[in-house]
Design a protein around this ligand. Structure first.
Ligand code: PNS
Length: 172
């Protein structure tokens, strides 16, 4: 039985992430999504909110579960008895970081391999950061995220957007 972990910040989960989850869940027996709980970063959504959003959008995949983790990814993979780490590659710009991550993880744990999925071309430009920027300035972010998280995004941006509404001072 092949167990894989798919780690990430998922702040928030995008359609690109969901596409990788769907495809990876067909290749491995059990897929555990690992939501990074990193105290040094201030995410838009708390780790509890991110875990809940991921549970909502993956509820229809019988072999997918969602957990949070802190510390080293390979330690999380070992705790899950996973032998595979799933990562998505959108473009060549992702490659350098992903290669470094994969090599570091393999040095730390030779029994865990990284498997890359090329992102569906439809979502090749989509990132959580881009989604947040679009939402901040009032753009239609719903094209980039699963439908189930629209309400959480709107609620979160109700206050954030007030700070960024354009004023007369913004144009010169
Ligand atoms: O979606 P992201 O933010 O690109 O995911 C990055 C993630 C969570 C995969 C990476 O930051 C990570 O693995 N963090 C845990 C600490 C760790 O194990 N780092 C790699 C060894 S140097």
């Amino acid at each position: 039985m092949t167990i894989a972990v798919y780690p990430g910040s998922f702040d928030p989960v995008t359609l690109g992430h969901l596409d990788i989850i769907e495809r990876a869940s067909k290749v491995v027996d059990h897929l555990i999504i690992g939501v990074l709980n990193n105290n040094s970063k201030t995410p838009l959504f708390s780790v509890e909110e991110r875990v809940k959003m991921l549970k909502d959008v993956t509820a229809h995949f019988p072999n997918v579960e969602v957990q949070s983790f802190g510390g080293l990814l390979i330690e999380f993979a070992h705790r899950c008895n996973a032998t595979v780490i799933i990562r998505g590659l959108r473009a060549i710009t992702d490659f350098e970081y992903e290669l470094q991550l994969a090599h570091s993880n393999r040095m730390l744990a030779p029994d865990v391999d990284t498997m890359f999925f090329t992102t569906n071309l439809r979502y090749a430009y989509v990132s959580s950061s881009m989604v947040k920027e679009v939402a901040t300035f009032g753009g239609d972010f719903t094209k980039f995220v699963p439908e189930q998280i629209t309400a959480s995004m709107l609620e979160k941006y109700k206050d954030v957007r007030k700070q960024y509404l354009p004023t007369d001072k913004d144009s010169v």
